[in-house]
Design a protein around this ligand. Structure first.
Ligand SMILES: NC(=O)c1ccc[n+]([C@@H]2O[C@H](COP(=O)([O-])OP(=O)(O)OC[C@H]3O[C@@H](n4cnc5c(N)ncnc54)[C@H](OP(=O)(O)O)[C@@H]3O)[C@@H](O)[C@H]2O)c1
Length: 290
């Protein structure tokens, strides 16, 4: 039985679907009160648990053979990963843990709090005596689906400088996760999951424009201005500052490396951004029902 955490989210929901298609016994960890729609049928077991509540994690992981460990971005995300690892140890069954982190986990991550949190989670996992594998995806294509207003207005303003980023489709990340969770020989491996190319944000904007049918131009904003804008828009300060840090990594070219790990794991090439943008053109244009 495979426990999937973050099961209602962008990646986790696809992991659940992929495992289900393989006929695996899946237990989806769903937070009580989650507002997210669950697209799965009754064959997927559901368990209510919270990353901050160790007793609930004990119940959620009981009997697990493997755990897909994906936590949400949160000030306590490193501790949340550690709580799930500790619960996995307490099962006494040595379940395999596939830890979902972020690209850059193996580099010096000073000043990028999301990476530092994942690094703390990984250090804890590596010392826990469980078999483990790490997935380290780069930024998701799907992030741009949250920028439809900017796309509609033809102006994408981000603190990404001129650095290129090998963004990846979250569905490819999930497909890679399914392979690791259902296959053998992945113990101790760290897979860096990227798209097939590194694109600057100006190139991303150009591809978004081609998909929606009007020009979209990129403006590189200063980090301080970007942070002020996010705070004014009501972003939670820890998350906003973390995102600006991450864009700083992007601006420096620190997220530009392209790997073939998606293809190695799934047997098919990673999706290109232009295809993603074309597929989601209606949603990016903000058309009703998309
Ligand atoms: N976005 C990117 O570009 C990117 C790139 C690389 C790596 N990452 C990493 O990917 C992860 C985020 O993945 P995602 O975008 O798929 O996540 P997501 O869509 O934000 O979903 C987060 C999931 O975590 C659940 N959750 C939140 N708080 C919880 C809690 N206290 N207890 C139990 N469950 C809880 C949510 O459940 P509810 O339905 O209850 O909210 C949801 O299922 C982060 O670790 C991030 O660092 C992101």
């Amino acid at each position: 039985m495979i426990v999937v955490t973050g099961a209602t989210g962008t990646v986790g929901s696809e992991v659940v679907s992929g495992l289900r298609e393989r006929g695996k016994h899946v237990r989806a960890l769903v937070r009580a009160g989650s507002a997210a729609a669950e697209p799965w049928g009754p064959d997927v077991e559901r368990v209510a648990a919270d990353f901050a509540d160790p007793a609930s994690l004990d119940a959620a992981l009981a009997g697990a053979d493997a755990v897909y460990l994906l936590v949400a971005v949160h000030p306590a995300m490193g501790a949340h990963e550690q709580n799930v690892v500790d619960a996995a140890v307490r099962t006494g069954r040595r379940p395999r843990v596939v830890l979902h982190t972020a690209a850059g986990i193996g580099q010096p991550h000073d000043g990028v709090r999301f990476l530092a949190a994942h690094a703390a989670g990984l250090a804890h996992l590596a010392g826990a005596g469980l078999p483990w594998t790490v997935l380290a995806p780069n930024g998701f294509f799907q992030n741009f689906l949250g920028m439809t207003e900017a796309v509609r207005g033809g102006r994408l303003a981000l603190p990404g400088g001129t650095g290129a980023v090998s963004y990846v489709d979250a569905r490819d990340v999930a497909a890679a996760a399914v392979e690791v969770l259902t296959g053998d020989g992945h113990e101790g491996a760290v897979y860096t999951l990227t798209g097939p190319e590194a694109l600057s944000h100006a190139e991303i904007a150009e591809r978004l424009g081609a998909a929606v049918g009007h020009p979209v131009t990129y403006t590189a904003t200063e980090p301080d201005a970007a942070l002020a804008g996010m705070l004014a828009a009501g972003w939670e300060p820890w998350r906003a500052a973390g995102l600006v840090e991450l864009y700083g990594l992007y601006a420096s070219g620190g997220a530009a490396a392209v790997t073939s790990d998606v293809e190695k794991l799934t047997g098919r090439p990673a999706r290109p951004f232009a295809a993603f943008a074309a597929e989601h053109a209606a949603a990016l244009r903000g058309e009703p029902g998309n």
